[in-house]
Structure formats: structure tokens, C-alpha cells
Design a protein around this ligand. Structure first.
Ligand code: V47
Ligand code: SF4
Length: 379
């Protein structure tokens, strides 16, 4: 039976060839290409393409940093259905709220240790306002000026700015003057408005989330971005989400890394939604790496996905594993993270990366190389 040209052009082989050619030629893939890859892309092919991009951008390096987390509170004025964190407080009344001194004590506990970053994120507490967090930043900086403070999701920032009756520009300027160095990627969830409304109805809109990151970039600080996937969103929603990130990155270049976050269904109002498979996880990393051609890095948050998957992701586009952190990160352990006690020593993380066939690199928050393992430092 002969095959017509039209049939051939529509065939998966032809589609793969066209996408492969774009990737090899460094031509940006379209939204349709990305949706097609989610629908029909064969995992090993996606892996090869994502790995091509990953090695072109980052060679054999896999980055990590030494950080610790502070979660000021799990009390939250919002009620995202996927959140196990605030549910814990609402249903079991196991709420906590730390004072500035308690948070400072957590910072002091790392005195003398080679930590480069503190990551501060929590629920949106009605009483922890702009001034409270300004004072916290100021005190951390006074105690340890060299510590990079990556703090507050756009959701927390939006709430504290509105409450203080400040514009985004004013609020951001104030926090930067107090010591804020960059913004983490949380709160992005999924940008498609009806889906966002369904799972995270009462928190800041996609437009506001993107606007806050754009303002941060304009004021000279970098930020990360996330995508919560594997719940009720469609493939088109994932691509729409990444397109909005890619567009903003075209304008500002301020994003450092893209972090896909797998929805976990333990103990939240979406526990009836099954979790997606490992194959789907790897596809998200791979397609994210291929689609976001203007991003330098794709990060896997290993406490959530577990060590084995973290190793695998490095063959599907990932060049960064979240840092060595202590066991105080509750937002994920409550939702069913693979690592209930997410502690890896630096040596363990270095070994994990080595056993994936990559070269471990300790970095600072801004991806400056601090130490390249197994090789002389080249930069
Ligand atoms: O915004 C909440 C997610 C995020 C669940 O920027 C859940 O370096 C899955 O953004 N299943 C906060 N995900 C964590 C975050 C993050 C983590 C590591 C590094 C960085 C960074 C940022 O956690 C929330 C939300 O999207 N989340 N509940 C859940 N059930
Ligand atoms: Fe609050 Fe964040 Fe949980 Fe939403 S995800 S309820 S904003 S802590």
C-alpha cells in the first residue's frame, strides 16, 4: 500500500522529525508542537531532545546549593484545594506562627556553616505584614550580611502589599531595601484562569503573579517559577502556562529556573484526584526543557519526587537539584512527598549526582559556581 505525502506529513515520524530539526537548529518550538509532544511524544525521544538542550546549555553539570528553609506560619487566609499545609491547621488546629526572634534563632543555628541561602515561604498570615517581614529581613542581614535571602511567593507579596496599601513597585522597593535578594517560584500553580479559580480560587490571579515577577525583574532581582501539574489541568493548560513564562522571560530575562511541581494528593481537598505516573513526570521535565528555550535551568525539587526520580530527571532536561536542606519543610511532607525527612548531606547529594553520570557543581543562588566536583573550577 502506498503512502500519500499528506499522510506522511501527518504521521508521528514526520512530526518528530520536524520538532527534532527545530531543536537541533535552535528554532523555538510552537505551542502546537508542545501539545503534540504531551499527546503523542514517545518518552525516550523526548529524553534525547531534552538532554540535547540540557547539555548544550549546561554540559554535564548538575547544580545544587546549600540552603535551609524557614516557614514563618502555616496559617493562611487562602484555601487552595490542593494544599495540605493550611488544611492541617484548619482541620486539626495544628497551626504555628513564628516570631521574628524565633526565625532569627533558626538563622543563628547555621552560624559557622557554609550555607549560602535562606528560603523563606509560608502561609499568608493576616497579621504578618509588610513591616513585620521588612524587620525580619533587616535582622537577618544584620546578623549574616552574606546570606542570600530568597523569600516570599508572589501570593504572599500581593497580600502584604495590598494590606499595606502599597503598589507592587513601592512594596518591592521597600523589601529590597531591607535585604530581599530574590523571589522563589511558588504560587504560580496553573495560569489558566478557570482552572486556577477551581483549585486556588481566592488567591492572586495569574496576571498579578506574573506582574509581581516582572516588577521584581525590573527592579534588578531574579526569581524562579513553578508549574503545579498532574491535577485537573489539560496538556493545553500546561503549554499555556509555559508560554506565559516564556513570554515574560523574553521581556525581562529575570527567571533563573523553571521548577515543575507534581501535585500530591495526600490529606487535602483534592485527595480524590489520582497522582500522575513517573512517565508523565519525566515528560513534563523534558517538554519544559525543550519548550523554554530562553531559560538557563530546569530544577527538580528532590524532596518531593524522591532521590531515584531526581536521578532520572537529569536525563530528561534537569540540570539543578534543590539544595541540601533540613527537615523543616512541611508544605510538601504534608501533601505526601516521597521524602518525609528531606535531609541530604552535601556528600550524599554529590554522590547522587555522580551516580547519575553528571558532574556535581555547588552554586550560589545566582548560579555562580562555588565548587565543581571531579574537575577543576573553570569559571
Ligand atoms: O506554590 C502546595 C506547591 C509550592 C502541593 O523557588 C504542592 O526555588 C504539590 O514553590 N502537591 C511551594 N505541590 C513550593 C515552591 C518551591 C519549592 C522549592 C523550591 C522553590 C524555588 C519553590 O508548593 C506552592 C504549590 O505550588 N504545593 N501543595 C501539593 N499538594
Ligand atoms: Fe495558602 Fe499557599 Fe496553601 Fe494556598 S498553597 S492555601 S496560598 S499556603
Amino acid at each position: 500500500m502506498s503512502v500519500t505525502i499528506d499522510q506522511l506529513l501527518q504521521s508521528p515520524v514526520q512530526q518528530v522529525k520536524e520538532i527534532t530539526k527545530k531543536v537541533i537548529d535552535g528554532v523555538r518550538i510552537s505551542d502546537e508542537d508542545a501539545v503534540w509532544m504531551f499527546q503523542h511524544g514517545e518518552l525516550s525521544t523526548l529524553g534525547v531532545l531534552a538532554n540535547y538542550v540540557r547539555e548544550k546549555k549546561n554540559g554535564m553539570f548538575t547544580y545544587f546549593n546549600r540552603n535551609f528553609h524557614i516557614e514563618p506560619t502555616n496559617i493562611c487566609v487562602f484555601s487552595c484545594k490542593f494544599c495540605s499545609y493550611s488544611q492541617e491547621y484548619k482541620h486539626k488546629e495544628e497551626g504555628w506562627e513564628l516570631t521574628i526572634e524565633q526565625m532569627l534563632d533558626k538563622v543563628k543555628a547555621y552560624d559557622g556553616q557554609a550555607i549560602t541561602e535562606v528560603h523563606i515561604v509560608g502561609g499568608v498570615h493576616p497579621k504578618m505584614d509588610l513591616e513585620f517581614f521588612g524587620t525580619l529581613l533587616e535582622k537577618i542581614k544584620a546578623h549574616r550580611p552574606d546570606l542570600h535571602i530568597k523569600a516570599f511567593t508572589a501570593v504572599e507579596l500581593d497580600y502584604m502589599f495590598r494590606k499595606a496599601k502599597k503598589t507592587t513597585e513601592e512594596g518591592m522597593k521597600y523589601l529590597i531595601s531591607k535585604g530581599l535578594n530574590s523571589i522563589p517560584g511558588g504560587g504560580a500553580e496553573i495560569f489558566d484562569e478557570p482552572t486556577r479559580l477551581e483549585i486556588a480560587g481566592d488567591k492572586c490571579s495569574s496576571e498579578v503573579w506574573l506582574g509581581i515577577h516582572e516588577t521584581a525583574h525590573q527592579q534588578g532581582i531574579r526569581s524562579n517559577c513553578t508549574m503545579l501539574y498532574g491535577h485537573i489541568e489539560t496538556y493545553e493548560h500546561r503549554v499555556d502556562h509555559m508560554r506565559r513564562l516564556r513570554d515574560l522571560q523574553d521581556r525581562t530575562g529575570g527567571f533563573q529556573t523553571f521548577i515543575p511541581l507534581k501535585f500530591r494528593n495526600h490529606d487535602n481537598d483534592m485527595s480524590n484526584v489520582p497522582e500522575v505516573t513517573l512517565v508523565e513526570d519525566l515528560k513534563v521535565y523534558a517538554i519544559g526543557r525543550i519548550y523554554l528555550d530562553n531559560f538557563d535551568h530546569v530544577k527538580a525539587y528532590w524532596p518531593m519526587i524522591g532521590r531515584s526520580t531526581a536521578q532520572l530527571t537529569q536525563s530528561f532536561g534537569v540540570d539543578d537539584l534543590d539544595g541540601t536542606i533540613d527537615d523543616s519543610t512541611k508544605i510538601y511532607s504534608m501533601a505526601g512527598a516521597e521524602e518525609q525527612v528531606p535531609v541530604l548531606t552535601t556528600d550524599q547529594l554529590v554522590d547522587l549526582i555522580r551516580h547519575s553520570g553528571r558532574v556535581p557543581v555547588e552554586r550560589d543562588t545566582l548560579y555562580k559556581k562555588i565548587k565543581v566536583y571531579d574537575e577543576e573550577v573553570t569559571a
